[in-house]
Design a protein around this ligand. Structure first.
Ligand code: ADP
Ligand code: MG
Length: 281
């Protein structure tokens, strides 16, 4: 079943001159169509400026299409009456955790979203309990967010979105400002939410290692979808990825170079284990 449907989406930013007058438009999304299956884990890759954030902002109606249509479930994002429903169903997590945390106490921060949409108090605290547990932050519930590491703050931000009981969470480079340990924790957390809670995940990233375990990888360049497939299918095409200024995971790169030197290996090797098996055959 499709949770999200994007059809012939075009988005143009308006360009303004020095006096604030309109001097033209620039196209950030150029005729993009795709569906997202309920329960799937989809990674979106692309070089800076390829249109990933602009696309993400269409998935919870922060931006509305210049042309084309975006549906979340049955709702067209252009339908203003459905706005809060859409925002509740498709939650966003951004790059900088500091910009997403509002309250002075972790549990209050997580409660903020459901409070805002009028969830009854008793249910709010059940949701806060469940969400903090799901991201592994229960022990920090009474703490000040200021005292947390970047990765912990990002998990609190994810708990805040979870407390809204969304069908889908869209994360726009959520690990870009984190150290490797924080990155791992966040990525593990969103995989658990996907597997255990059945929440659909759209992960925008430029860390190749974060993409390996996704169900599906979409590659964007110049506002278009250039590749769309399983991690194995995508990372089999090393030359093409390089054309879009993307790297491949280190193991994939090594296997690719060995293969070029004449060692018989499969395309799209993603793990050390696969490489070792390939070499020992
Ligand atoms: P990505 O997230 O992949 O780096 P973006 O969606 O941020 O890409 O940007 C896509 C294109 O749109 C880029 O050319 C960028 O310069 C342009 N753009 C992004 N935000 C704005 C904005 N607020 N106003 C004008 N142009 C923008
Ligand atoms: Mg971006």
């Amino acid at each position: 079943m499709n949770l999200i449907k994007v059809a012939k989406l075009i988005f143009e930013y308006t360009k303004y001159g020095e006096e604030g007058e309109v001097v033209g438009t620039s196209r950030a999304i150029d005729n993009v169509s795709f569906d997202i299956q309920k329960g799937s884990f989809v990674a979106v890759l692309g070089h800076n400026g390829s249109g990933k954030s602009t696309l993400a902002k269409h998935l919870n109606a922060i931006l509305l299409p210049t042309e084309g249509t975006v549906w979340i479930g049955e709702d067209d994002t252009k339908n203003m009456d459905a706005l809060w429903d859409i925002r509740q169903r498709a939650g966003m997590v951004f790059q900088n955790p500091d910009n997403q945390i509002i309250a002075n106490v972790v549990e209050e921060d997580v409660a903020f979203g459901p409070e805002n949409i009028g969830v009854p108090t008793r249910d709010i605290w059940t949701r806060v309990d469940e969400s903090l547990k799901a991201v592994g932050m229960t022990a920090y519930r009474k703490k000040s967010p200021n005292k947390l590491s970047g990765g912990q703050k990002q998990r609190v931000a994810i708990a805040g979105v979870m407390a809204m009981k969304p069908d889908c969470i869209i994360l726009d480079e959520p690990t870009a400002m984190l150290d490797p340990h924080g990155r791992q924790d966040v990525i593990r957390t969103i995989h658990e939410l996907n597997r255990q809670e059945g929440i659909t995940i759209i992960l925008i990233t430029h860390y190749m290692e974060e993409v390996i375990d996704a169900d599906r990888v979409i590659v964007m360049d110049e506002g278009k979808i250039k590749m769309d497939g399983t991690p194995k299918e995508i990372f089999s095409q090393v030359e093409q990825l390089k054309k879009y200024r993307l790297d491949v995971p280190q193991v994939t790169e090594l296997a690719y170079e060995l293969k070029k030197e004449g060692i018989p290996l499969d395309d799209g090797i993603l793990t050390i284990e696969e490489l070792v098996n390939g070499l020992c055959q």
